[in-house]
Design a binder for this molecule. Structure first.
Ligand SMILES: Nc1ncnc2c1ncn2[C@@H]1O[C@H](COP(=O)(O)OP(=O)(O)OP(=O)(O)O)[C@@H](O)[C@H]1O
Length: 370
């Protein structure tokens, strides 16, 4: 190898190779566009070969899936935005055959940034671009969820859960989730023929129940309040606990075991340890260990008790409660009593009556800053 080649290989940014940056201009209330411009200027000044970077802006929800799917031939795709855009870019990349799949990198400019936190980018201020150029390629596990999209109107109100108590028999008028516009399409790919089965991937979190309602609630809230990060999630959480507190009866089978009837107010299936902008729901979760970490609540809980538990999850202190259960898994079958449960994958809403969840070990190459 010549000295020139060696310098080039060790130059900042060499690990990225030919790179497509997919930027959400409206992420974090418009900060996405400003930070993408700053990144472009930084790369033009400091990178050894600025021609190997291309920047493209998303124009609408779901666009990042299409842009990433078309990135075959690139070495890396950087998702600039929040967890929603990371989710879409990951889904686009996963549609590319494994041998041609670019690596996923993140420039976190969002409200939650939980996937970035898993990669050690929690103190990223949107300006530390040099860190992007010194990174390593690692293989991370990916979650795959398969479901038939639901319309959101089927099923009776939950009838309660035996021992679970008052919280399982809510007043329907105060507890029905807001209807979801029909133009919100899943990030996943329609793979079925008869039933339009959707296959969708996630890189950080899949959950249903009150925690998912809080994440979904931030979407509307951020349009009206100038908050981001944990304060945004706490405000959304206050609304959910005041207006929509209830449990979500579900039938859950883990790794092919007998189905359990759960009356739970939350169930999280995690690849990384946090969701909801840093809530440490599964502190031991590790996206390189080939398994999901699960956390679910089961048993009688009042509204105040459930709220206290969720707040304690900010630091992982919820785990000492007898209501909280943990497990690990590679395969889950979930069936819900209704098809309008709040369900989120990396913060994006899914609407389904049942779903199958599988772990794909080491399927995604990810750029982790050193
Ligand atoms: N150009 C666009 N116009 C409107 N919405 C868009 C556009 N590009 C992407 N979106 C949608 O914006 C939503 C949120 O994007 P993103 O996750 O990047 O930022 P955020 O909401 O600020 O952060 P977080 O997801 O971490 O809370 C996603 O559902 C995405 O599909």
């Amino acid at each position: 190898m010549s000295e020139h080649d060696s310098n080039r290989r060790n130059a900042p940014g060499a690990a990225l190779g030919r790179t497509l940056i997919i930027a959400n201009p409206v992420a974090q209330s418009g900060a996405g566009k400003r930070i993408a411009g700053q990144l472009q200027r930084f790369l033009a000044l400091y990178h050894h070969d600025s021609a190997s970077f291309e920047l493209v802006y998303t124009e609408h929800m779901g666009h990042a899936v299409e842009l990433a799917e078309a990135a075959r031939g690139y070495d890396s795709v950087l998702a600039l935005g929040g967890d929603g855009v990371v989710h879409e870019v990951a889904n686009g990349i996963m549609r590319i055959g494994a041998e041609h799949r670019p690596a996923l990198g993140v420039v976190p400019v969002g409200s939650g940034n939980d996937f970035a936190r898993t990669l050690g980018l929690d103190d990223y201020g949107g300006k530390d671009f040099a860190r992007l150029l010194t990174c390593e390629r690692i293989s991370l596990d990916v979650g795959r969820v398969t479901y038939i999209p639901a319309t959101g109107n089927e099923g009776a109100e939950p009838q309660g859960c035996g021992q679970a108590g008052q919280h399982c028999t809510p007043n329907p008028a105060e507890s029905s989730p807001a209807p979801i516009p029909s133009d919100i399409l899943p990030a996943g790919e329609i793979t079925g023929t008869a039933n339009d089965t959707v296959t969708e991937y996630f890189v950080q979190t899949l959950s249903f129940g009150l925690d998912a309602a809080v994440a979904i609630g931030t979407v509307d809230l951020r349009a009206t309040v100038a908050l981001t990060g944990a304060p945004l999630y706490l405000m959304s959480g206050a609304g959910v606990f005041l207006r929509s507190f209830k449990s979500y009866p579900a039938r859950v089978s883990i790794d092919g075991g007998a189905a359990q009837e759960l009356c739970t107010f939350l169930m999280a299936i995690q690849l990384g340890p946090t969701y909801g902008s840093g809530f440490l729901i599964c502190p031991e979760a590790d996206p390189t260990d080939g398994r999901f970490d699960l956390c679910y609540a089961s048993g009688k809980a009042t509204r105040a008790h459930a709220l206290a538990l969720l707040l304690r999850a900010k630091n992982g202190h919820h785990l000492s409660s007898p209501l909280i259960h943990t497990a690990t898994a590679r395969h889950l079958e979930l069936a819900f009593e209704r098809d309008d449960y709040p369900i989120q994958a990396d913060g994006e809403r899914i609407r389904a009556r049942s779903m199958t969840v599988d772990l794909l070990p080491g399927e995604l190459t990810v750029l982790r800053p050193l």
